[in-house]
Design a protein around this ligand. Structure first.
Ligand SMILES: Cc1ncc(COP(=O)(O)O)c(C=O)c1O
Length: 389
């Protein structure tokens, strides 16, 4: 059976052309570590790592490659930022649509007298920006917010939030897991102090890659979570204070970075705006088709404005987990059901605790794939309930 991969909200597949070749090239023909040795292949890998920082700067409209820190994913990046910045007595604002990559580190800090308030969102996941002013407290230090929901695909109006941060002298930390590579994301336009990203979703790179970019003042305020060898200042037994070494201890995922380098080069060559338009055309066709299926509910914004290509649906007459299973087993449509590591988002959207079936589109898909997926959803939604498979 042909398989149609629609789990791009979790991780993208396929990867960008060139990713596999670049990783294989490193493993077969380069092999050297970075910042530690003085021979040609070590310089070659160092160059690729530096160029990767530069490509990321280009993609995120960010000026300083030294402040582009490479980590293994956005979860690690958010942990560094949250745990390195917040001190006892601090308060932060988040949205009610956050992923556990934000909520769990924050809740982990609760017994350290660090508190948070959720800015409410409507039942489509749209941020109620006007409530922010009234939620800011004397001890509010930062707003930490996802750029787009990984459940409903709703894009949050972060330019406005960035302006509110500037007006109130709050730090602004963004989780761009769902928007990086999907749409243009500008560090400058968002008035961000730090943007965390992961390399394996719409940036089309391999798993185990990610990072964050950070302003120098925020980098100075943030302590490092991991400390160890950097290949620099080896005579000292304390972590270097300068960037990016402050936040990059231990040997990095060099094959992954080679893969990410190829993926970023592809995105720049193809142009993210063009990729975005292609994915949104597919998203529009998919949503229009879903609207004609009566026994499901489309969760979140029922149109293409202010959303990504992540679409959640709720089967009215069957369990969503069972529906996802049937989609895979009988039609080769690969999705993800459940709560998607974002219980608060499901509470906001009214789909807690049963969850949804989530479809994550990719510009590599075709109209034919969308047609096949719609056919399968229609078939499953009309072919009886739990005991009438
Ligand atoms: C909004 C959001 N934040 C954080 C994450 C965590 O990503 P990763 O597992 O790559 O750290 C994800 C993906 O699952 C996500 O969608």
């Amino acid at each position: 059976m042909k398989q149609i991969y629609m789990d791009n909200g979790a991780t993208s597949f396929p990867k960008a052309p060139g990713v596999i070749e670049s990783m294989t090239y490193y493993l077969q023909s380069v092999g050297a570590s970075v910042n530690r040795s003085a021979y040609t292949s070590a310089y070659a890998s160092e160059n690729i790592v530096y160029e990767t920082r530069e490509l990321l700067c280009q993609i995120f409209d960010f000026d300083n490659p030294e402040n582009m820190v490479l980590t293994k994913n956005v979860t690690e990046s958010l942990n560094v930022l949250i745990k390195g910045l917040l001190k006892p007595g601090d308060h932060v604002l988040v949205s009610s649509m956050e992923h556990n990559a934000v909520m769990r580190p924050l809740n982990g800090l609760n017994n350290h007298k660090i508190t948070y308030t959720k800015v409410p969102c409507d039942s489509h996941g749209g941020l109620l920006v006007d409530t922010i002013d009234s939620l800011i407290q004397k001890n509010t230090k930062a707003i930490i917010m996802t750029h787009a929901s990984n459940v409903s695909g709703t894009i949050l109006p972060l330019e406005k939030v960035g302006r509110i941060c500037q007006e109130n002298e709050l730090l602004f930390i963004i989780d761009a897991a769902q928007t990086a590579g999907f749409m243009p994301v500008s560090f400058k336009k968002l008035h961000a102090d730090a943007i965390a990203f992961t390399g394996h979703k719409s940036l089309l790179g391999p798993q185990g890659t990610g990072g964050f970019m950070i302003t120098t003042p925020l980098a100075e305020m943030t302590s490092s979570l991991m400390e160890g060898g950097t290949g620099s200042l080896s005579y000292e037994e304390i972590q270097p204070r300068y960037m990016p070494d402050k936040f990059e201890a231990g040997t990095p995922n060099i094959p992954g970075i080679y893969g990410l380098h190829a993926a970023l080069s592809y995105l720049i060559k193809e142009d993210i705006k063009t990729i975005y338009e292609k994915e949104m055309a597919l998203t529009s066709a998919f949503i229009m088709g879903l609207m004609n299926i009566s026994k499901i509910a489309v969760i979140g914004i029922p149109e293409t404005k202010d959303r990504t290509g992540v679409i959640s649906i709720d089967f009215r007459n069957r369990d969503n987990g069972e529906a996802a299973h049937l989609l895979a087993k009988n039609f080769g449509i690969l999705t993800r059901s459940g709560l998607h590591c974002a219980p608060s988002a499901h509470q906001t959207l009214g789909t807690y605790p049963h969850g949804t079936v989530r479809f994550g589109l990719s510009h590599f898909m075709t109209k034919h794939d969308i047609h096949d997926a719609l056919y399968a959803i229609h078939h499953i939604s009309t072919s009886g309930g739990s005991n009438g498979i």
